[in-house]
Design a binder for this molecule. Structure first.
Ligand code: ATP
Length: 249
């Protein structure tokens, strides 16, 4: 991904697997969020390929250049570094919106409220509520999203992403701003999602969380992959230590 004279992603080669937590780490400005933006259709990569291989063995879906809503429909969902909820809608409604890509009702259904539309809406409410229970937010279902504490807003973004029924979940700094108790709950939630068979890609600066959660870690610096491996391998890697702490250390 080239921005004028800046090559934000340079020959990056990553593979993310179903049922694994993969972390993408690196110093500030390494290109992590740019990678998320390329994968989720916000940026169109200058070159290269992003493929989604479906579990049923069908032909891979090429994601390059698809609009963000098409990428979501294909099976990728994300959360944002700077929380992006619908602040004036309730917690439940925020999650219901995530179901939009999996429902069929259109404008006419919304006006005439036919039986099929009503049934679909009841299912959407039930599924959204189940996700609020899973993320520990059920008691806040009727509150406005803007009134939730910061940590709960981050969890709500995860619930909304899960409502799209993703194959791949991309989490951009999910622990940012969370207190230690919330971080422990987040750790548990992410493991639970992984165990359901969803591929998780995590950008996170909380190294304790990254090291405890990840099955595999990719390390980036200046747009390039400088290391990859299991947490214990990455922790000992000299290129990684240099990128984080500088030459002398
Ligand atoms: P952080 O950990 O601070 O969030 P990051 O690893 O996510 O950093 P990016 O935000 O992806 O890093 O930025 C990578 C590089 O690309 C930086 O040099 C940044 O200035 C540049 N960059 C990102 N988006 C754009 C853009 N839209 N236009 C120009 N340059 C950009």
């Amino acid at each position: 991904m080239q921005f004028g004279g800046i090559r934000a992603l340079d020959g990056l080669d990553l593979c993310i697997r179903q049922g694994e937590i993969t972390a993408l780490i690196g110093p500030n400005g390494a290109g992590k969020t740019t990678f998320f933006n390329c994968v989720t259709g916000i940026y169109k990569p200058t070159s290269g390929q992003i493929q989604l291989h479906l579990p049923n063995g069908n032909k891979a879906v090429l994601l390059n250049g698809l609009a963000p809503h098409k990428v979501t429909q294909a099976g990728l969902a994300r959360t944002f570094q700077n929380i992006r909820l619908f602040p004036e809608m309730t917690v439940l409604e925020n999650v219901m919106i995530g179901r939009h890509c999996r429902t069929n009702a259109g404008l006419l259904g919304a006006i005439f409220r036919d039986r099929k539309t009503m049934q679909e809406e009841r299912e959407t409410v039930a599924r959204a509520f189940a996700l609020l229970e899973k993320t520990g937010l059920a008691t806040s279902a009727d509150e406005l999203a803007k009134n939730l504490p910061y940590g709960a807003q981050r969890k709500l973004e995860i619930a909304r992403a899960l409502a799209t029924e993703p194959l791949v979940l991309l989490l951009d700094e999910p622990a940012a701003g969370m207190n230690p108790q919330e971080t422990v709950e987040l750790d548990r939630l992410i493991c639970e999602i992984r165990n359901e068979g969803i591929a998780i890609l995590l950008i996170e600066h909380d190294m304790k969380l990254v090291m405890s959660l990840s099955d595999h870690i990719f390390v980036m610096d200046y747009g390039k992959k400088i290391a990859e491996g299991k947490p214990e391998e990455v922790r000992r890697n000299t290129a990684v230590i240099r990128a984080y702490l500088g030459e002398e250390e």
